[in-house]
Design a protein around this ligand. Structure first.
Ligand code: PEP
Length: 253
């Protein structure tokens, strides 16, 4: 079946770039030589969101935050709310990134609250899921993804589920230089689309509309073969999104 899902190339800058560096990088991406038949977004650190928002405002580059709290305001020192992100013109928000899960102890229940809150505030969640190397070796991928999908998408109506972008990011591939093979990525992406239906999270038509991104050591040199997989609808890029040349190379896969 021909996909109607527009590819999405997303750059997660993590805890990198000052405001001036962020402005310079996003200018190079906006003005870079790049194909226009894909959606592109950048996720700068919170401190650069405002500056980058002003620059992407008149461009076709989208803006994402890397995390958020589920409450719209309150006594949550150090947190950033969906209201604040929407106020800046942020369109997407990355939720449940493996670094949030594994370094900061985020659990599916809290991630689910964030997904629900993001949708309620008009933000598009990018829900990250993926197994560790131990879980892959123990052949637990199905169960791990089932728990993360059921946990993260709990309580959503099917049409809300269809508005969530899923990012499959095997933990063993993030920042390690070990990319999943195109076959490994396709197998899990296909499984996730199947699970959305089998777990009654949405019907087949809606599942076919959900964008599923691959993340894990994507570079310009491996983006083409990963993007060629029928169930891979884009990539979430960490390290390689910090250089405009490399990121443009991925966009032009
Ligand atoms: C990520 O941070 O989501 C990621 C995939 O990182 P990297 O591309 O560096 O592996």
């Amino acid at each position: 079946m021909t996909s109607t899902r527009t590819p999405l190339i997303a750059g997660n800058w993590k805890m990198h770039k000052t405001v001036a560096e962020s402005e310079s990088l996003v200018r190079d991406i906006i003005n870079g030589d790049r194909r226009k038949d894909v959606d592109v977004l950048v996720a700068p650190p919170f401190t650069s969101l405002h500056a980058v928002a002003r620059l992407v405002d008149t461009s076709d580059v989208g803006l994402a935050a890397q995390n958020m709290h589920w409450e719209k305001q309150g006594a949550y020192t150090g947190e950033v709310s969906p209201l604040m992100l929407a106020d800046l013109g942020v369109e997407f928000v990355i939720l449940g990134h493996s670094e949030r899960r594994h370094i900061f102890g985020e659990k599916d229940e809290g991630i689910n609250r964030k997904v629900i809150s993001a949708l309620a505030h008009g933000l598009k969640p990018i829900l990250c899921v993926g197994e560790t190397l131990e879980e892959r070796r123990a052949e637990k991928i199905y169960g791990v993804l089932e728990a993360q999908l059921l946990g993260g998408l709990s309580g959503l109506q099917p049409d809300e589920t269809a508005r969530v972008t899923i990012a499959y990011e095997p933990v063993w591939a993030i920042g390690t230089g070990h990319t999943a093979t195109p076959d490994q990525a396709q197998a899990v992406h296909r499984l996730i689309r199947r699970q959305l239906i089998d777990l009654s999270l949405c019907n087949k038509d809606l599942a076919n509309r959900v964008r599923i991104l691959y993340g894990g050591s994507v570079k310009a040199s491996n983006a083409t073969e990963i993007m060629a997989q029928p169930d891979v609808d884009g990539v979430l890029v960490g390290g390689a999104s910090l250089s405009a040349g490399e990121f443009l190379g991925i966009i032009n896969f």
